[in-house]
Design a protein around this ligand. Structure first.
Ligand code: BGC
Ligand code: BGC
Length: 868
């Protein structure tokens, strides 16, 4: 039986006394919860959905809005509302993604808002320059205020995920991701970062960010842990006000939402960081007190700072999807907490409410959401919502409340004062704003402050820059890796240093300072050298990921892949003092790596200004320490790979390094050999890979079905269908026989498939715009045509004719070809129970080779659903 999460809920205070007896800690933290109640909860099973999801608004903090109703503004809102038709109103309540909506659509449907999702950019690309973003923003703005049809002109809101700086803009200043900012313990720095982010947004013509993320992650297996500042709700609450004030300007001053500031979005309300097993979009099985005191801690301060938008979480609370939770949204957030701005849904999250689809969800509006994010589904949603408003299924009073809030926020932002996005003074001056030296200096300072020193044996750090320093590891000269997800692309993948003009890699920063001091720095990713160095800095860590793609089954660092460990150990064996610099979005179990290094620095995901690392790791050329370590852990560091819910103050708190830990030059301390017991078997299993290295993934089989309908497992090569219609051989892709060749001959259709007896649920991936990526080589195509299909149990399948799409590809060349998963759903597949995610069918004349079949977001060619 699983116990409710309260058993490991954080109990902490800002100056945590780890030895304080548990009872008093709990009493301090949950004053409203009696100890007897806690013990009772610990012993009882998870209550059924519904029962445990009862909300008591009167027990939630009462917040007084800093923005009392402004009669003049409300009168303008009311007058405009009175002129709007029901069509105008419904349009305002919908947000579409720029990948799927045109300015003409915005004019026609009077959409209230557009967004640029992580993979959407100007001109169909994924990211763009300031000029391109401005042009795009202008085009949509113009369309929204076009009065040629006699309808009221209501400027469209344009939102984007600027979550660590304006991270979709080429050349922008990229700050450390929130996990690093949490370690700085510096709210004033956070405020300034908000200010700079707002300026760079305005410079690109955008006035709204989907930030800050006020999540309080309790299980670091969650792929979004790095988007949170800390596991500690008090720290999150402290930062909430600072970041909102930075982005929006101080409420009550003339700077509030002026031309230098933007709308902020507190997200994801509420419980996103409390889901069971750290599963993204999962279920937070916690008591109402924990939901309020831990997960909602950031919202009252954000509201008091004047936050204008709250985004509702994808997740559930005790079985109830947040996008349908009226009690928490209407009664608590809008009622008790007095939130007067826009409540926005997350990316098609409404489609997960029981009885809803992405295109139809009265329940979400009725629960109190004012605007639904319907990236690709907006047209259907518009049609259904309009019908539901007309039929009364969504009451007009609800519609008017939603539209009033939307117009109110637009007016507060000064959108009706005219002026194209590109006319904002910061946009006019974009070249001097975006990525300017002052902004980069702030980001570099943030990097310095965020570094956490776990270990520094024999005072190895700071290094003398006049010596010979080897810089190794695949993170050393890798700006993409030092930024992580939500960077230019949604997943932060598919990028090279050339995508980051003006940015500095960690290596480049070290090199510059060592050179200036007269020393020698050598970059060698694999750590080999000709002349023995005086010390080595090895930069390694997690590769970029976003959302559910970063979810882990446990906290082991790269189980089954020891190449970083081997590099550290090899240098150590060779007698080279080793400084390890870890890049990553969360604490992971890596005691072996820590043991293999003499000094160990956690750099989190520092962003574009990699030189901040050299600032702290190196002495000045005259031997001084210019910058000491400052960062303290905002998340507890695990002692084993299975300590998945490890939060300060909980009962049985035995971290490897506790919350708040961090050494400095001024306060050194010796760290002995750490235990190397992971608590689990460290074996690899890359999620979402179905075929690689010449074999199907665990639980998968490679099958062929001949023209005679007979199927067989391919366990050895060469082999083939008995009727000779399809032959399978082995060939080399990157290693010996790590790919399969497929040759169709004989009459009739034959297929090759990857099948599993443990059906896959790819629903979330499908909604998230994930691709099925096949690494293949086309030698010849069958004139009869090729299809790629999936199957989903008996009588359930979908097939896409891809022959035309393939015909355009070069022959004889390895390529990653992607097909959006949602094409299979559109073709009728049930993506929740796939027993084959890949079935390639063709007939005589086709010859191809396949090296890998996997989920991904990057491909050399992406076929679109209509293209085939
Ligand atoms: C994420 C949000 C994000 C939104 C728009 C969603 O999938 O959960 O955090 O703001 O997409 O990109
Ligand atoms: C979008 C993200 C969004 C995600 C939802 C992606 O395709 O680009 O912005 O958050 O889907 O899972």
């Amino acid at each position: 039986m699983r116990l409710p999460r309260i058993a490991c809920a954080p109990a902490w205070s800002s100056d945590v006394s780890l030895s304080s007896p548990r009872k008093s800690v709990l009493q301090r933290i949950f004053p409203a919860v009696s100890i007897a109640g806690v013990l009772f909860l610990q012993a009882s099973p998870v209550p059924a959905a519904g029962a445990a999801a009862t909300v008591h608004p009167e027990l939630w903090p009462k917040v007084t809005s800093p923005l009392p109703p402004d009669p003049a503004l409300e009168a303008r809102v009311g007058a405009l509302l009175a002129r709007m038709s029901v069509e105008d109103k419904v349009g305002q309540m919908i947000q579409a993604d720029i990948k799927y909506v045109t300015p003409q659509d915005v004019r026609k449907y009077r959409l209230g808002s557009i967004l640029a999702g992580g993979n959407s950019g100007p001109d169909g690309g994924q990211y763009g320059t300031a000029a391109q973003w401005q042009q795009l923003a202008d085009a949509f703005h113009r369309a929204s205020i076009d009065r040629s049809d006699g309808r009221p002109a209501i400027p469209v809101l344009f939102g984007i995920d600027a979550v660590h700086g304006h991270n979709n803009l080429v050349g922008s200043t990229l700050f450390p991701q929130n996990v690093g900012l949490g370690a700085t313990r510096d709210p004033e720095l956070i405020r300034q970062i908000g200010e700079v982010t707002a300026q760079e947004l305005r410079a690109s013509g955008i006035g709204w960010t989907f930030a800050p993320t006020l999540t309080v992650p309790q299980d670091n297996r969650w792929g979004r842990s790095y988007e949170g500042y800390s596991e500690n709700p008090k720290l999150v609450a402290q930062y909430a006000a600072a970041i909102v004030e930075g982005l929006e300007g101080a409420v009550g001053t003339s700077q509030f939402l002026d031309a230098d500031h933007v709308l902020a979005t507190a997200k994801h309300f509420v419980g996103d960081g409390g889901t069971r097993d750290g599963k993204d979009q999962g279920d937070a099985e916690v008591s109402e007190a924990v939901l309020r005191d831990v997960h909602a801690a950031g919202y009252p301060p954000a509201i008091r700072a004047g936050v204008q938008v709250v985004m509702v979480s994808f997740s559930s609370w005790n079985g109830v999807k947040m996008a349908g939770n009226k009690a928490l949204i209407t009664d608590v957030l809008k009622g008790r907490m007095g939130f007067g701005g826009i409540v926005l849904g997350d990316w098609n999250a409404h489609g997960q409410v029981p009885g809803c689809t992405n295109e139809d969800c009265a329940a979400a509006y009725n629960a109190g959401l004012d605007m639904l994010e319907a990236p690709d589904s907006w047209k259907g949603l518009y049609r259904h919502t309009l019908a539901e408003v007309k039929s009364g299924a969504i009451p007009m009073s609800r519609v008017d409340d939603a539209v009033t809030r939307i117009l109110r926020v637009k007016m507060r932002l000064g959108m009706f004062k005219g002026g194209l996005p590109s006319a904002n003074p910061l946009a006019v001056d974009a070249v001097h704003i975006i990525g300017n030296p002052a902004h980069r200096a702030l980001a570099r300072r943030a990097v310095r402050e965020s570094l956490v020193l776990l270990k520094n044996q024999h005072g190895l750090l700071p290094l003398d820059p006049r010596k010979r320093i080897l810089v190794a590891g695949d993170g050393a000269d890798n700006i993409s890796k030092q930024n992580g997800g939500w960077t230019l692309t949604w997943q932060g993948t598919g990028l090279t240093n050339a995508n980051f003009p003006g940015a500095t890699s960690i290596w480049a920063g070290i090199d510059a300072q060592v050179k200036a001091a007269g020393g020698t720095a050598v970059l060698s990713v694999d750590g080999t050298y000709r002349q023995k160095p005086d010390a080595a800095i090895v930069v390694f860590g997690e590769d970029p990921y976003a959302e559910f793609q970063g979810d882990l089954p446990n906290l082991a660092y790269r189980p089954g892949d020891d190449h970083d460990l081997d590099l550290l150990r090899r240098l150590h064996r060779q007698g080279v003092p080793v400084v390890a610099v870890f890049l990553g979005g969360r604490p992971l179990w890596m005691n072996r790596e820590i043991n293999a290094a003499d000094a160990f620095v956690v750099a989190w995901l520092p962003g574009s200004e990699g030189e901040g690392v050299a600032d702290v790791l190196l002495r000045t050329r005259d031997g001084r320490v210019a910058h000491d370590f400052h960062g303290k852990l905002g998340y507890s560091w695990p002692r084993t790979a299975v300590q998945t819910t490890l939060n300060v103050g909980q009962a049985d708190y035995h971290p490897q390094f506790p919350y708040g830990y961090g050494l400095s030059y001024a306060h050194p301390s010796s760290v002995g050999q750490l235990p190397e017991v992971a608590g689990m078997v460290l074996e690899t299993a890359r999620a979402g890979v179905y075929f690689a290295h010449g074999k199907p993934a665990r639980d998968f089989a490679l099958d062929i079905t001949g023209a005679n309908g007979k199927s067989m497992d391919v366990t050895a090569t060469p082999s083939g269908a008995a009727d000779g219609s399809l032959l399978v051989g082995a060939l080399d892709y990157k290693a010996q026989e790590d790919a399969r060749s497929l040759r169709w001959s004989g009459a009739g259709e034959a297929s090759v498939a990857l099948t599993t007896t443990a059906p896959l649920d790819l629903d979330r991936e499908t909604n998230g715009d994930v691709l099925l990526v096949t690494t293949l080589r086309i030698d010849a195509l069958s004139p009869e045509g090729t299809t790629l299909g999936v199957s989903c149990g008996s009588g359930c399948s979908a097939r896409l004719p891809i022959g035309n799409g393939l015909a355009a590809l070069p022959r004889g060349q390895w390529l990653r070809v992607g097909i959006p998963l949602k094409c299979f759903r559109a073709a009728g597949a049930d993506m929740q129970k796939l027993d084959s995610p890949f079935r390639w069918s063709s007939s005589a004349g086709e010859r191809i080779a396949i090296a890998e079949v996997a989920l991904g977001t990057v491909a050399d060619r992406t076929l679109d659903c209509r293209q085939h």
